[in-house]
Design a protein. Structure first.
Length: 215
C-alpha cells in the first residue's frame, strides 16, 4: 500500500509593477507627505504615529475623491492595467470599496490586521501600491498564515518546518493584491525622512467574474 501526504488549500497573492511609478511618485510624494501632517490615527488602530488618510483626506486637498479628478484618473488607469493582469483578462466587474494612503517616515508601524470589514459588507481583495519604497531600508508588508492558530491546537504527523510568516519581495512601484481575510502588518523601519515609505491601499469587491454575479 502506498502512503501519501497531500497538502491542500494554498493561498496566493498577486504582484505586478507599475512601469511609470516614478512619474506618479513625482506627482504625489510631496503632496502626500505634506497633506498627511496632523491626520488622526483611526480608533482601534495599534500604531505609534502612522500618518494615514484612512478616515478621509483633508478638504480641498483630495487625491482620490475630490472635484479635481486628475490624480484619480491617473491612478485608475495604472491600477486597472494591473488588475486586468491579475484577473487574466476574464470578464469581471469590481468596485473599490475604500482607498487611502499611508505615510511612514520615522519608524512607524502597524499592527496585525485584516480588511474583511463588516460580516455583511466585506471586501474580497485588498491591494497595496508601494509608491515610495526603499527595499534596503524599508520593511515590506508581513503576511500571517491564517491557519497557524488552528494548527497550534492540533497535531500534525509530519513536521513541515514551514514559516508562519511571509515577507513578499517588494520593489518600489510594485502593486500587490491579496485576499482581504489575510492578516498582515508593517514592522517599524529606521527613520527615513529623506525617503518616506508611502503606500496606497484599497479594498475591492468583486461584483461579477466570468459570468458569475456576487452579492
Amino acid at each position: 500500500m502506498n502512503s501519501k501526504r497531500i497538502p491542500i488549500f494554498p493561498i496566493s497573492y498577486f504582484k505586478d509593477n507599475i512601469e511609470d511609478n516614478q512619474y506618479i511618485k513625482e506627482l504625489l510624494l510631496d503632496k502626500i507627505v505634506k497633506d498627511s501632517e496632523d491626520l488622526p490615527i483611526p480608533e482601534r488602530w495599534i500604531t505609534n504615529k502612522l500618518k494615514t488618510s484612512f478616515l478621509g483626506e483633508k478638504p480641498g486637498k483630495e487625491i482620490f475623491f475630490g472635484e479635481d479628478r486628475s490624480f484619480q484618473s491617473i491612478l485608475e488607469q495604472r491600477y486597472a492595467k494591473c488588475l486586468n493582469n491579475f484577473f487574466e483578462d476574464i470578464d469581471y466587474k469590481i468596485i473599490i470599496d475604500k482607498i487611502w494612503y499611508n505615510c511612514y517616515i520615522d519608524g512607524e508601524f502597524q499592527e496585525s490586521h485584516d480588511h474583511i470589514g463588516h460580516v455583511f459588507d466585506s471586501s474580497h481583495f485588498s491591494c497595496i501600491h508601494f509608491l515610495s519604497f526603499d527595499a534596503t531600508r524599508h520593511k515590506p508588508v508581513r503576511f500571517y498564515d491564517p491557519s497557524s492558530q488552528i494548527r497550534a491546537l492540533s497535531l500534525e504527523l509530519i513536521q513541515n518546518n514551514y514559516n508562519t510568516l511571509h515577507y513578499p519581495d517588494i520593489e518600489e512601484g510594485d502593486f500587490i493584491m491579496f485576499p482581504s481575510y489575510l492578516k498582515h502588518s508593517v514592522e517599524p523601519s529606521p527613520s527615513t525622512p529623506d525617503y518616506p515609505r508611502i503606500t496606497i491601499a484599497m479594498n475591492i469587491k468583486v461584483l461579477e467574474y466570468d459570468g458569475k454575479v456576487f452579492n
